[in-house]
Design a protein around this ligand. Structure first.
Ligand SMILES: Nc1nc2c(ncn2[C@@H]2O[C@H](COP(=O)(O)OP(=O)(O)O)[C@@H](OP(=O)(O)OP(=O)(O)O)[C@H]2O)c(=O)[nH]1
Ligand SMILES: [Mn+2]
Length: 177
């Protein structure tokens, strides 16, 4: 029961933090659909029932994309969840190319729990790109995102077979592998 309460607290916190944010699709889908969908991939497809991983998935874009601080997350959700969220948070002040390169370089060194969240995040975003093209994105930009995601996922190998198999299939369909 305590686990359920923690997960609802996280969901509520993330929903409030992302409330004014929308996805980049034509329909302007509420952004919260993304972290909830990432958590859902972990429970439904990856077979993950670790509460800290699910909490980190729900919170994974709050610091990167909203005014949330790690101190806030630490105070509300504790050390372990904060550690995972830190590992999957890009430094937004860095130039985009540097940020993208850092994800490729850091992926192999991430903890097992952070790797799980990263795999689910990439799987969700690639499926979302197949569903529809974000406003303003060219087909080249979509292709480049797939190619970059493939390099990140290469560094996450040996973490979770179901998610890696699904990702591999998406890369095959794009002729990347
Ligand atoms: N496919 C897709 N992505 C969308 C959409 N709306 C928002 N995003 C977000 O955009 C990010 C990918 O776009 P980029 O141009 O590469 O990155 P940027 O927004 O950080 O500059 C992802 O961030 P992220 O989750 O932090 O992941 P990451 O790829 O940056 O690691 C993804 O969640 C959408 O409609 N479709
Ligand atoms: Mn994300």
């Amino acid at each position: 029961m305590a686990d359920v309460l923690e997960i609802i607290r996280c969901s509520n916190f993330a929903a409030i933090k992302h409330k004014d944010q929308r996805r980049k699709d034509e329909e302007k889908t509420p952004y919260i659909n993304h972290p909830i969908g990432v958590a859902n991939i972990l429970t439904e497809e990856a077979g993950i029932a670790d509460v800290a991983v699910i909490q980190a998935a729900l919170l994974h874009d709050t610091v990167e994309d909203t005014d949330t601080t790690f101190e806030e997350i630490q105070a509300l959700f504790g050390e372990e969840v904060t550690g995972i969220v830190k590992e999957v948070t890009d430094e937004k002040n860095l130039p985009k190319l540097v940020r993208k390169q850092k994800q490729i370089e850091h992926a192999p060194h991430a903890s097992y729990k952070a790797k799980l969240v990263k795999l689910a995040d990439k799987l969700y975003n690639l499926r979302d790109l197949n569903r529809c093209t974000p406003v303003g994105w060219s087909q080249e930009r979509v292709t480049e995102y797939f190619q970059w995601a493939h390099k990140v996922v290469e560094g996450l190998k040996g973490t979770n077979q179901p998610m890696e198999d699904s990702l591999q299939q998406l890369f095959k369909e794009r002729n990347i592998v």
